[in-house]
Write a protein of this length. Sequence first.
Length: 121
Amino acid sequence: MNIFLAGVIGLIGGITSGLFGVGGGVVMVPAMLLLLGSQVGDIKQAIGTSLAVIVPTALVGSWKHHTQGNVIWPAVAALVPMALAGGYLGAWMTTKIAADDLKKMFGGFLVLVGFKLLFLK
């Protein structure tokens, strides 16, 4: 494992997580596939690794945003139960979808979200 590249990916993922609320899937997964491709077997391993990394990252970012008054706790309470169920369901779905198909789906998702953020209100 290239520790330096992994560290850079982690730093950029952490910054974008705290700054934009993204980092794991949007930054770390593509970065791991691009920069650590020979060390990360496929997109499924990149996703799993990203999820493990984003937990502490999200906790630190959430705490800091809380201290700035940027967390709506009733919304958190409403979102968490189904987000947990969705996370489990999504991870299960990776067992049913081929890695190449998942990679294409992920790329399409990023393009659609990017298009919406750039060109639509």
